[in-house]
Design a protein around this ligand. Structure first.
Ligand SMILES: Cc1cc2nc3c(=O)[nH]c(=O)nc-3n(C[C@H](O)[C@H](O)[C@H](O)COP(=O)(O)OP(=O)(O)OC[C@H]3O[C@@H](n4cnc5c(N)ncnc54)[C@H](O)[C@@H]3O)c2cc1C
Length: 323
């Protein structure tokens, strides 16, 4: 490790990911005068930049995800945080006391602690028109976008707990909700399915799948294929919510840190992982609610816990040297 340690490339803490969790960790760490580097594969902001309007971030009535990202980035930089975005990690070593990260350009960075915040992505249908109408009628988050569909007719895709629970929750806004599911039964909890089945605003199209999205500026209709008969019908709708699963961006961490079956990083209450000096925060961790506010909260806790770890390690090392 010593021969790859270059003092200019050594940090107190390296944060992987520049979404709200990573940027918050960067703000707290650098404000605590810890030398901090954020490394991110994509642009700064993470999933926030995909969000046209964020209306549920406390203290800000309405802001675009892009604007909020820029404010967080500016805050982190003001406190001295270095940021390397649009790069990719070739190798990451977390086990030893000094952690190391090699980028695909060949540069290696080392640190005494790491905060993992690579976020995640919703599973998509992968059919014609989905990319075009994302954020223009197609959504993957009811908490984020539900109230854009007041008194509208919408479709939900999926058959698990999220799909069923979110379908019921969408009835607060929408005038009619149609659930499209590829099987003839649901995998959600029985009591949730029963509640949905008895709801006057909910309709069911079973053994069917959306095969295409259509519209002009915004989504206007979808093709729904009956998987049994093969017949396709065009269905008018104002919006479609897709709930067919969530994929954490943790492929590069397989066998490097403890994860659950879903590939989510397992963390304790202080956001520490199973490896000393390694913390994780935000959507990539094992948790139920994924929002900007929860990512920011996780990032804060991880940064404070990492600062504490760094202080304690310094004190321990001083004692060892003195002894
Ligand atoms: C369309 C949409 C609308 C939304 N609307 C809202 C809303 O209105 N309100 C709300 O509260 N929440 C909303 N959300 C959810 C919110 O954006 C997320 O919960 C939040 O961004 C998660 O933050 P994060 O920092 O954990 O991860 P992310 O925002 O996903 O950021 C992860 C970061 O890690 C980087 N990264 C990924 N893999 C690697 C790797 N291998 N190496 C290095 N870097 C990597 C990414 O490039 C990115 O910078 C929305 C999400 C979407 C998709």
């Amino acid at each position: 490790m010593l021969n790859i340690m270059n003092i200019n490339n050594h940090y107190d803490s390296i944060v992987i990911g520049a979404g709200p969790a990573g940027l918050t960790a960067g703000i707290y760490l650098s404000r605590a005068r810890l030398r901090t580097l954020i490394i991110s594969e994509g642009t700064v902001g993470g999933q926030m930049v995909l969000t046209h309007e964020i209306a549920n971030y406390p203290g800000v009535e309405n802001i675009s995800g892009y604007q909020l990202s820029n404010i967080m980035k500016k805050q982190a930089k003001t406190f001295g945080c270095d940021i390397k975005s649009n790069t990719s990690i070739q190798n990451i070593e977390l086990e030893s006391r000094v952690k190391s990260i090699t980028l695909s350009e060949g540069e290696t960075y080392t640190s005494d602690s790491i905060i993992l915040t690579p976020g995640g992505r919703s599973r998509t249908l992968g059919v014609t028109g989905e990319d075009q109408f994302k954020g223009k009628g197609i959504s993957y988050c009811v908490t984020c976008d539900g109230d854009f569909f007041i008194n509208r007719e919408i479709v939900i895709v999926g058959g698990g707990n999220s799909a069923i629970e979110e379908a019921v929750s969408l009835t607060k806004y929408a005038s009619k909700v149609t659930i499209v599911h590829q099987l003839d039964n649901f995998s959600a909890f029985e009591h949730a399915v029963e509640e949905a089945r008895n709801h006057p605003k909910l309709n069911f199209v079973m053994e069917s799948a959306i095969t295409a999205f259509y519209g002009n500026e915004n989504l206007e209709s979808v093709d729904i294929k009956n998987l049994k008969s093969g017949e396709t019908t065009n269905f008018k709708t104002d919006g479609v919510f897709v709930f067919i699963g969530y994929i954490p961006n943790t492929e590069f961490l397989i066998r490097k840190v403890e994860m659950n079956k879903k590939g989510e990083i397992v963390v304790k209450a202080d956001m520490s992982t199973n490896i000393e000096g390694v913390y994780a925060a935000g959507d990539s961790t094992a948790k139920r609610y994924r929002q900007v506010t929860t990512a920011v909260g996780d990032g804060t806790i991880a940064a404070l816990a990492a600062s504490n770890y760094l202080n304690e390690t310094k004190i321990k090392n001083k004692k060892l040297i003195a002894a």
